[in-house]
Design a protein around this ligand. Structure first.
Ligand SMILES: NC(=O)c1ccc[n+]([C@@H]2O[C@H](COP(=O)([O-])OP(=O)(O)OC[C@H]3O[C@@H](n4cnc5c(N)ncnc54)[C@H](O)[C@@H]3O)[C@@H](O)[C@H]2O)c1
Length: 284
């Protein structure tokens, strides 16, 4: 790709937490078209109102000068875009042990039809090995994977102050390596935080980062929920125990709040989440 960042056109597929936060971030400096299949969401965005609850997105849409339009016409949005960011839903079905990536493929198929030279960046959560498989399946060599680490309701904030930027690209492909650096530059340009740790790695390694980050967080929630349930059963004060445990700097006081009073339910949910993640890991 032989372009500087000044005149880039970007399309974003999906206007949920991931897609709308990225579209808002990038539209501060570039022409962005957000695509969704839900008419109401498209209309709200074009009226500068957020279809999701997120204080920063609501404020940016209402107050900032953004070069952002929304549409349901995917072909028109993708056909002259330099980058297409894919932020459509993916779901893991634990019963069928199947990861549903069909909405990601819907987007890839349209892009392959109308603009096969565009660079696609998958932001949706996908199983490890997916991007390499999809490159082979569609004989498409223009796909990057950039894992997303945001929290719901703080989606734009987490993109304005990201913990890190990671872009996966195939090793040894100079063109895609340049595109990966350009995409990272766009995310840095839109952010408020400076000196954001930025890593480039293989596609499958980038997918593994997302899997193991999710696994660790699910294990941590599960651990504190177990602690909470234990305290409840024994009639002990949970917060005293957590405070005492977390003052060990190896454990730390972050992300340690069990769902007090809902321990058993939340615990079962996070146990499931851990199990799912480990199953995804075993399948690869
Ligand atoms: N929400 C999070 O905290 C979070 C964090 C990291 C990663 N992710 C991952 O990012 C992806 C998106 O998550 P989300 O929370 O933004 O999802 P979401 O369900 O809130 O939004 C997805 C949007 O995509 C739209 N869509 C579906 N098919 C489409 C198509 N073919 N073209 C255009 N739009 C289409 C839907 O109508 C919906 O508005 C998922 O894979 C999710 O696992 C989510």
């Amino acid at each position: 790709m032989d372009k500087n960042t000044k005149d880039l056109k970007i399309a974003v597929a999906g206007t949920g937490y991931v897609g709308l936060s990225i579209a808002t971030l990038l539209s501060q400096h570039h022409q962005v078209t957000a695509v969704d299949v839900v008419k109401d969401k498209v209309e709200l965005i074009n009226n500068r109102r957020s279809p999701i609850q997120d204080d920063y997105i609501e404020q940016y849409l209402a107050e900032k000068e953004l070069n952002l339009t929304a549409t349901m016409d995917a072909e028109a949005a993708y056909q002259d875009a330099d980058f297409i960011v894919i932020a459509t839903p993916t779901n893991y079905d634990p019963v069928k042990n199947y990861f549903d990536t069909r909405h990601v493929e819907e987007v890839i198929e349209v892009v392959m039809k109308v603009n096969p030279e565009a660079i696609m960046v998958i932001k949706s959560t996908i199983p490890v090995g997916y991007t390499e498989n999809i490159r082979a399946k569609y004989n498409c060599h223009n796909i990057l994977f950039a894992p997303e680490f945001l929290r719901e309701s703080k989606a734009l904030y987490d993109n304005l102050y990201p913990s890190r930027i990671i872009v996966g690209r195939p090793e040894g492909d100079k063109r895609l390596n340049d595109a990966a650096h350009l995409f990272a530059q766009l995310l840095q340009e839109g952010a408020i935080k400076e000196d954001i740790p930025t890593l480039f790695m293989g596609l499958t390694e980038a997918e593994a980062v997302k899997l193991f980050a999710n696994t660790y967080l699910a294990l941590r929630v599960s651990y504190f929920n177990e602690l909470d349930t234990y305290a409840e059963v024994k009639g002990l004060d949970t917060s005293n125990i957590i405070q005492g445990v977390c003052l060990d700097p190896r454990i730390g006081s972050f992300y340690n709040n069990p769902s007090f009073g809902y321990g058993a339910i939340a615990c079962q949910k996070t146990r499931n989440s851990c199990l799912l993640t480990m199953q995804m890991y075993q399948r690869t």
